[in-house]
Every structure is written in structure tokens, then in C-alpha cells.
Design a binder for this molecule. Structure first.
Ligand code: AHR
Length: 533
């Protein structure tokens, strides 16, 4: 079955282990409880919900802990190219066709001065957000080299904390002007005569939060965003700008009232399982309770855009998301950690691979299904982060590990269609789960998404039930000719991948004639079902 060990996890192109459909079905069927009738999933190929933007499979990388230094940028590693980029990481990122990469933060951005990190004279400084020295070895030109090698769109988050509108717009000059002005000339002197043409810019990060360096009031925010946007658009009117929203009505209304003429996007961030101060991951069941709330985050902002007549003008960038937030205690809130053991060393705990289980994969698939369903308004999303911390790729000196979430991207990016069509479950089964906060919540057991690609329909089917496979009959209105299944699961809900241990990986069946028999979705699994007509 093509098992891999931790040292040889990277393959080129989507290449799952191949199984017969019967064996794929049996992964779950053996554990299907008696007494469940198959559910009926109806698909209406003519009811098109919209075209999905590939940018919803985007990523985010921040100058935090081992994401960049000692992660994807590691000049000392034998795996790195002449510019210090880890080739094994690049290969894995190319395979999931990273379409857009947000950088340099995050909270880091709010006290970052980009001018100190270009050219031959790099000035190290003390990063006040994360309380460590930043060498500035990886700056704008290194990031642009990374994006070029990945073939992805750059997306720069500016400093709206300690920075000024002028500093932000100087950055746009450096990246986008041909030769006018001192910053375009500076880029040229630094060995990059051709402009980078960065289209996507974020004005600041989470400047509403008191954890952010240089946090702002709603009023200050509206003013700063407007003035910055004006300067940026005067330099390059083809840029697309975003600024941070919050699930707070006043903040968002003030931002949109003041700045909607200048903004193309509004950004939202969500980490459902809060681990910043206490690294106690929600259990599988608790994580499933969070799947109830993804659509709400989108629909809250969508409703506001509609109410303010901005539907169609301003798009949603879900530009930081992950099931779980990052563990960095004693840095944002009082009491501040005094010693490294209090605020720095704990960050290593983010990289305990045993905490990246099927809960993360199942949740991520539900998240991507929600973005696909809302593809008329969600046009970008950025998994936070890509490498290390709570990323989908873990690096160590001798290689990389692809965590459970990596395989979700692999399946979605490489298999799903871009036209989203309507589908619904008749008698959709529900189960009651206990949330981390102790509340009982009723959740849908199956999350289904239907997409189309040429003459194929591709379903993404998530079974959240940790203990039982679920049978499913699909009804397209017309019988498909043949089908193939790709299933991502592990033996247990808490299976995980680590160095020398590969418990979660996708398997695929051969193409087989469609005979109308039920599919079985294994417990705690993500299944991509392809149908040809
Ligand atoms: O915990 C990491 C931080 O999460 C990111 O820097 C910030 O943007 C978000 O609050």
C-alpha cells in the first residue's frame, strides 16, 4: 500500500495509495453500527452557487518561532537552495499549489519596518510583538523569491501598529513602481530591476485587539485605513486592499463607512480552539462542536456587507484560520513572562505532532466546504500557518512530516471542481456533542459539498462521527457512468503523523462502473468522490 516513513513523505503530484472501492468502503463499513439506513444526498447540477476562487486554498506564514527561520528558510540545512529556502518544503508546498501566501504577520507585522530588511545592510532589531531578536535576514526580496519559486501570489500585510501610511506606501513603491522614485530605484540597486507587481495588500493586522502592538480605536482605524489606502492607490491603483474586521458591529460599520470606497476586501481571522495561554487541545468531540460555527463567521460579515450595499464590491478574505490557535503564553497579557522558560520555551509545544489528528483534518475539510459554499463572497482564505507552529508541514533536520491537514489541502486542491452546485442531505443525521465550554451542541454528522469540473461531479463528504461509518446514496438525477473514491482517515480519531510514523494518508480506489450501491464514509474521515457522466 505504499507506506512511507517520516523521512520520505514528499511525493510529486497527488499520488495516494491505491485500493479497490470495496476495500476503501470496508475501512468504514466494518465499523458501521447496525440500524443506520443510508442517507440520501441529492445534487442539483443546474443550481450553481458560484465559481470557487482557488485563493481559498491560500496560506499564511509569519515571523514566529520556527515558521521562517529554521523552518522554510534555513541556509544551514543541506536541503536548502542557494538562497536558503528548504527544497523539501517548497516541493510539498508546490504539490498543494499554494495560490497566495500572506506574510510577514500577523502580530509581527505591527512593529515591523520593512526598510531594515532589504539590501546588503540588514539591521537586527528586537521584535516587540514576539519578544525575540529578528535578524532581518529574510525580508521582502527573499519573500518575493519564495513566491516566485512557488508560483503563488504574494500578499503583504503592512505595519499599521507602529508604522505610518507613508511607510506602507513606500513599500508599495518598492514592490510595484517601475523606476520612478527612490524606492523603485533601491529595489533595482538590490538586484531586482523588474517590479514585483504585488496586487494584494493588507492595511495592518488585528489592530482592534489590545494584544496588537499599536492597537487602535474604531475611529482611529477608519481614519488610518482611509489615508493609507489613498496613498497606496495613488501609487498603484491596480492594488487590491484589505483591512481587518472583527465580530464587533461598531468596528466594522466604522471601517466600512469610512473606507469602503478604497477597500476591495474585508479580512476576518478565526482560531476556534483558543490555546494561546493554555496548550490544552480540544478533544475530537469538542473540536466537532466548532464545526457548527464556521458558517456563522462568514455569514455575519456577509450580512453586514449586504446591509451596507457592499455586496459584490467587497469580498471576504478569511486571511488567518486554523482549528486551533498558537501557544505563546505570557506574552500578550499580564502577567508578562520574565524568563525565556515562561514565554519562549513553551512555543516548542506547538510542534508536538501527536496533537495533529483527524480532528484537525475533519475540521479543516468542514471549513473549506463552508468557504466553497460561500464562494460568492469568500474569495480568499489563508491557513495559519503553513510550516511548523500549527502548520500543515513540520520540519526537522532530516526531513519533513506532512500533518493531517496537509492531506486535506492535497485532496481539495488537486481533485475538487471550481463550480459549486447545490446539494443537500435528506433526513440529515445529527449527533449531540459537548463543546470545550461544556455546552451540549447538536451538529450535522455529514458535511457535504458538490462541485463540477467539465463532465465530472466531485463530492467532498466529511463524516464527523468518531465511532461509526455512515452509508450514503447519491442522487444526481442522472446515473453517472463511473466513479472513484479518495479517502482520508486514520485508524483512530487521534491518529497522527510524526517522524517515522504515518497513520493518516489518503487512499484511492480504481475507477469503477457506477452500480448504484451505497458508499460508506468511514468514521472521522474525509472522502472525495469523483463521478464521470
Ligand atoms: O497567535 C498568532 C497570532 O494570531 C497572529 O500573529 C495574529 O494575527 C493572530 O491573532
Amino acid at each position: 500500500m505504499g507506506r512511507r516513513n517520516g523521512k520520505a513523505l514528499v511525493r510529486i503530484g497527488y499520488s495516494p495509495a491505491l485500493l479497490s472501492p470495496a476495500s476503501v468502503r470496508n475501512r468504514g463499513a466494518l465499523r458501521q453500527k447496525k440500524g443506520f439506513d443510508p442517507m440520501r444526498l441529492k445534487i442539483n447540477q443546474k443550481r450553481v452557487l458560484g465559481k470557487r476562487d482557488p485563493m481559498i486554498y491560500g496560506h499564511f506564514i509569519e515571523h514566529f518561532h520556527r515558521q521562517i527561520y529554521g523552518g522554510l528558510y534555513d541556509p544551514k540545512s543541506p536541503f536548502s537552495d542557494e538562497k536558503g529556502l528548504r527544497l523539501d518544503v517548497l516541493e510539498a508546498m508546490r504539490k498543494i499549489k499554494v495560490p497566495v501566501l500572506r506574510w510577514p504577520g500577523g502580530c509581527f507585522a505591527s512593529s515591523y519596518h520593512w526598510k531594515d530588511a532589504v539590501g546588503p545592510e540588514r539591521k537586527p532589531y528586537f521584535d516587540k510583538a514576539w519578544r525575540v531578536e529578528e535578524s532581518n535576514a529574510f525580508g521582502t526580496d527573499e519573500y518575493m523569491d519564495l513566491c516566485e519559486k512557488l508560483g503563488c501570489q504574494p500578499y503583504i500585510c503592512t505595519n499599521a501598529g507602529t508604522g505610518t501610511s507613508e511607510e506602507m506606501s513606500d513599500w508599495v513603491e518598492y514592490c510595484n513602481l517601475e523606476r520612478e522614485g527612490r524606492y523603485a530605484k533601491w529595489r533595482s540597486e538590490n538586484g531586482h530591476p523588474r517590479p514585483y507587481g504585488v496586487k494584494y495588500w493588507s492595511i495592518g493586522n488585528e489592530n482592534y485587539g489590545d494584544w496588537e502592538i499599536g492597537a487602535k480605536s474604531a475611529q482611529q482605524w477608519g481614519r488610518l485605513v482611509k489615508e493609507s489606502a489613498k496613498m497606496i492607490k495613488h501609487i498603484d491603483p491596480t492594488t487590491e486592499l484589505t483591512a481587518a474586521a472583527l465580530t464587533d458591529l461598531d468596528w466594522n460599520i466604522s471601517l466600512l463607512k469610512n473606507c469602503s470606497d478604497f477597500l476591495d476586501w474585508i479580512s476576518i481571522h478565526e482560531y476556534w480552539d483558543p490555546l494561546q495561554e493554555k496548550n490544552q487541545c480540544a478533544t475530537y468531540e469538542e473540536a466537532m462542536a466548532y464545526t457548527n460555527h464556521v458558517d456563522d463567521s462568514i455569514e455575519n460579515i456577509q450580512g453586514l456587507l449586504t446591509a451596507m450595499n457592499l455586496k459584490g464590491k467587497i469580498k471576504i478574505a478569511f486571511d488567518e484560520w486554523n482549528l486551533r490557535s498558537w501557544y505563546h503564553p505570557n506574552v500578550f497579557h499580564q502577567p508578562m513572562g520574565v524568563t525565556k522558560e515562561e514565554y519562549l520555551t513553551p512555543r516548542d509545544e506547538n510542534d508536538q505532532n501527536a496533537t495533529y489528528t483527524m480532528a484537525d483534518a475533519v475540521f479543516s475539510a468542514c471549513f473549506l466546504n463552508a468557504c466553497n459554499r460561500h464562494c460568492d463572497v469568500v474569495k480568499m482564505a489563508n491557513f495559519a500557518p503553513t510550516v511548523n507552529t500549527r502548520g500543515c508541514i513540520f520540519t526537522y533536520d532530516e526531513g519533513i512530516v506532512l500533518r493531517s491537514t496537509y492531506h486535506v489541502f492535497d485532496l481539495y486542491v488537486n481533485l475538487l471542481g471550481d463550480t459549486v452546485v447545490d446539494c443537500w442531505c435528506e433526513d440529515a443525521p445529527k449527533m449531540t456533542v459537548k463543546s470545550k465550554a461544556g455546552a451540549l451542541e447538536e451538529i450535522q454528522i455529514i458535511d457535504a459539498l458538490a462541485t463540477m469540473k467539465k463532465d465530472s461531479a466531485i463530492l467532498s463528504l466529511v463524516n464527523k462521527d468518531p465511532g461509526s461509518g455512515r452509508a450514503l446514496d447519491v442522487d444526481f438525477g442522472a446515473a453517472p457512468k463511473e466513479y472513484r473514491l479518495h479517502t482520508l482517515t486514520g485508524k483512530a480519531a487521534d491518529s497522527y503523523n510524526d517522524i517515522g510514523k504515518n497513520e493518516i494518508f489518503p487512499v484511492a480506489s480504481q475507477w469503477l462502473p457506477f452500480d448504484g450501491s451505497s458508499l460508506t464514509l468511514p468514521p472521522h474521515s474525509v472522502t472525495i468522490a469523483e463521478y464521470r457522466f
